[in-house]
Design a protein around this ligand. Structure first.
Ligand SMILES: NC(=O)c1ccc[n+]([C@@H]2O[C@H](COP(=O)([O-])OP(=O)(O)OC[C@H]3O[C@@H](n4cnc5c(N)ncnc54)[C@H](O)[C@@H]3O)[C@@H](O)[C@H]2O)c1
Ligand SMILES: [Fe+2]
Length: 358
């Protein structure tokens, strides 16, 4: 069609600032009016950062990475995007939902600092969700990113920012993931239907958490992944059911800021999720137990191990880094939307349980 184009393909998982700077040098030389980011969450996030650096070479990451419970109410004005280039995201995993979210994470490899940028300016102008792009995803990626999407739906549903709009998206995403993740895992190269439904589920869960945000499972998974190099979806898988038990405690405590309810109701919220999946117990506690059993069974079905130790994370190194992980997790952008406001000691206890499995 005579459209001039260039390709940058050198993005490693958990992208670095060095990678984004390399990409942006190419962007500045070529001066495109459209950027197409094709790949998993890592490639799409790296693409978003290159887009920011291309449009605003002087933007300060420290300012842009400032944390707000609700990024719609920030005092720092994020630079306006889209004046030089239109941004299209095409996911190849199902997934992160990055194609429809206002988030991108980049790591400064020199200092180890992670910049989790969050602003609606970072929303891609267009998302193309095409099953053909996901057929080649290996099993490990299929299961890890599938459980990541499930965690997005669960955390968005339990979030203090959840609304009727995000609830519908989250519930439907959960239903599709329970039904289709095993097929996508078993026969990913041929089961087009399972891939298609997982792609839909991932993008719907992305739309839910783009608006309702996440919770402490993601806060803790971000740090576990960063300190111990576990894939993002695996880190979430190792923590999610523990966080659900923690959040479901009905005893009144300090709740997240600006919660849209008057008393702890997360147990009931998880029961609504369970009921929509056809899981019903004798009472709410029993329903939660059955729901957690079903999530554990799904994880096992798609080859996910039980504990952090099972993934070969050295015990000594884990314990040495634990206090820093706890502090960083408490400080993560996702903590503010969690339905139960955590104490650092509680985060630590959950990390230890996830490590040893008890
Ligand atoms: N921006 C957001 O809203 C958001 C949300 C969740 C996670 N994330 C980030 O996304 C990253 C994880 O993304 P991911 O789970 O998609 O994995 P990924 O992008 O890190 O990819 C993992 C590996 O799979 C390969 N791969 C991707 N698609 C493939 C395909 N179709 N066929 C064969 N190989 C393929 C990649 O090349 C890479 O080697 C993390 O850095 C996480 O922090 C971002
Ligand atoms: Fe995630």
């Amino acid at each position: 069609m005579g459209i001039l184009h260039e390709t940058f393909f050198d993005v490693a998982p958990d992208p670095t600032l060095a990678c984004a700077l390399e990409g942006v040098a190419q962007l500045r030389a070529f001066e495109p009016d459209t950027i197409i980011a094709i790949g998993g969450g890592s490639a799409m996030d790296a693409g978003k950062i290159m887009w920011v650096l291309y449009e605003h070479p002087d933007a300060d990451f420290f300012d842009m990475a400032m944390r707000y419970i609700d990024i719609r109410k920030r005092v720092y004005t994020f630079p306006k995007m889209g004046e030089k280039a239109y941004f299209i995201a095409i996911p190849t995993s199902s997934g992160t939902g990055s194609e429809v979210t206002p988030f991108a994470v980049i790591t400064d490899e020199k200092t180890g600092t992670k910049y989790p940028l969050a602003d609606y300016q970072l929303m891609p102008n267009m998302a193309i969700v095409d099953t053909d792009m996901m057929m080649s995803a290996p099993r490990g990626l299929t299961s890890a990113s599938g459980i990541d999407a499930l965690t997005h739906a669960l955390e968005a549903y339990a979030s203090v920012m959840a609304t009727d709009y995000t609830d519908g998206l989250a519930l439907r995403a959960m239903k599709l993931i329970f039904k289709y993740l095993p097929g996508a895992y078993d026969n990913g190269q041929t089961d087009v239907k399972a891939r298609e439904e997982m792609a839909t589920a991932s993008t719907m869960a992305g739309m839910a958490f783009a608006n309702a945000f996440l919770g402490v499972c993601h806060s803790m998974a971000h740090k576990l992944g960063a300190y111990h190099h576990l894939p993002h979806g695996i880190a979430n898988a190792l923590l999610i059911t523990m966080v659900m038990r923690y959040n479901a405690d009905p005893t009144p405590r300090k709740m997240g800021t600006f919660s849209q309810y008057q008393y702890p109701h997360t147990l009931e919220r998880y029961c609504e999720c369970a009921h929509s999946l056809g899981i019903v117990g004798k009472n709410d506690e029993d329903t939660l137990n059955k729901f957690i059993d079903a999530i554990e069974a799904l994880k096992e079905r798609v080859g996910i191990k039980k504990t952090i130790a099972d993934y070969g994370v050295d015990e000594k190194h884990f314990l040495e880094t634990l206090d820093n992980m706890v502090e960083d997790a408490f400080d993560d952008q996702c903590t503010g939307a969690n339905p139960r406001y955590p104490l650092m000691s509680e985060l630590k206890e959950m990390y230890l349980k996830a490590y040893y499995g008890k």
